[in-house]
Design a protein around this ligand. Structure first.
Ligand code: GDP
Length: 374
């Protein structure tokens, strides 16, 4: 082994640092065993390179809270990534209790999904209010798109401002874009210009991944939490592709009379039960085409066409979707409200006169009324 070490040119093939096997805390460290690997790279580069293999780690909420409880004892900055498309579904409730006095930076990803006309100041206020209502105190709220590289400079600036030489814990639910965002961070925070790919399908191990920073501190990527209250967690992988929006949402406006129904494939159903004629604006992924019918016809239509006309899911996948539960919601008059279906999207009610609606969604999926996001 020693001979091999001497023969080796002694520089990391990744970042060019002089290699050494003596001190784990110093730059260029690698374990002796790694000298036989090709190419020979330092441990830091090794971890960065392999980040993506480890990034798809997921965990259920109980295990996650255990992991989180360790954060309170550290001196660190907590970066909580939420998905703007599934805000209520991806916000970690109870986060505040576990982070102790450590500051929380709320990074709201996928802002590219909202139509360009969206007023970003208003949106930021909306996020702040929602976070507050969920008991989360934040040092700052940042809107960004990790995928389209929007607002990312601000994220980096905020990290520099609030980190103050501390470690950074990154926490988030699955599919919020955590790995896409960390890949960007790695590129901006390290001297390795390496594009790492992201994955859609969650893995199963439990460890957090530590990515070393230049100053000896680390970005600690914690496992993505699985919330069974999100439609995205309940559907088979093939459907996930259809319900996760990739591009800017195109609002679909429906002028509905009472006793009309909209089907979202065979994934969910919306009944306008009572109220004056009014418009409802649907924000969902383009992979699902809403189907409109009369409420009287709705049950029959479902029986005959679930998995065919009403898809996704297709006929073979239908049995994998949990049975629906009904949520009856009263939209107050003179209010701007969204009917939010976690993981599927939302329907904005535009009437001034109020409405009574029923939503059918797979059992367990979070359905609620909220102040309109747009
Ligand atoms: P993770 O499970 O939180 O690590 O999420 P990933 O980084 O694997 O991303 C999950 C999905 O969201 C993928 O389909 C990404 O392409 C998508 N995604 C990530 N960031 C963005 C974004 O800023 N905008 C949009 N539209 N999609 C994104």
């Amino acid at each position: 082994m020693r001979e091999q070490q001497l023969q080796h040119p002694g520089y990391c093939a990744g970042c060019g640092v002089k290699l050494q096997t003596a001190d784990q805390e110093k730059p260029g460290f690698l374990p002796e065993a790694a000298l036989t690997r090709e190419p020979v790279i330092c441990q830091r580069c090794f971890r960065i390179k392999n980040y993506n293999d480890a990034a798809s780690v997921t965990v259920d909420q109980d295990d996650f809270l255990k992991l989180l409880s360790g954060i309170a004892a550290t001196n660190s900055l907590v970066v909580h990534i939420v998905d703007l498309f599934d805000f209520e579904g991806s916000l970690i409730s109870g986060l505040q209790r576990f982070v102790g006095t450590n500051p929380v930076l709320l990074v709201v990803n996928k802002v590219d999904l909202l139509p360009k006309v969206t007023n970003l100041n208003r949106l930021r206020n909306w996020v702040q209010q929602q976070a507050k209502a969920h008991g989360l105190r934040t040092v700052d709220v940042l809107l960004c798109s990790a995928k389209r590289n929007l607002g990312f400079d601000r994220v980096i600036e905020a990290l520099d401002r609030y980190r103050e030489g501390r470690d950074v814990y990154v926490v988030g639910a699955t599919n919020v874009g955590k790995s896409t965002l960390i890949n960007r961070l790695i590129r901006d925070y390290s001297d390795l210009e390496r594009e790492l790919t992201t994955s859609r399908y969650p893995g199963t191990t439990l460890d957090a991944v530590s990515i070393p920073l230049e100053d000896g501190r680390s970005i600690i990527d914690t496992p993505g939490i699985v919330y069974p209250s999100r439609l995205t967690e309940l559907v088979p992988g093939a459907i996930l592709q259809k319900i996760l929006p990739e591009h800017t949402l195109k609002p679909l406006v429906y002028q509905l009379n009472e006793r009309q129904t909209l089907f979202f494939g065979a994934l969910a159903r919306f009944d306008f039960v009572q109220g004056e004629r009014q418009s409802f604006t649907v924000y969902i992924a383009s992979g699902i085409k809403p189907h409109r019918t009369k409420l009287e016809r709705a049950d029959e239509l479902y029986q005959e066409h679930a998995g065919t006309l009403l898809a996704p899911p297709d006929a073979e996948q239908l049995s994998e979707i949990p049975e629906w539960t009904r949520h009856s919601l009263r939209i107050p008059r003179d209010s701007r409200q969204d009917i939010f279906i976690s993981g599927l999207g939302w329907i904005q009610a535009n009437g001034k006169t109020g409405a009574l609606v029923d939503v059918y969604a797979p059992k367990g999926v979070k359905v609620l009324l909220r102040d309109a996001i747009i």
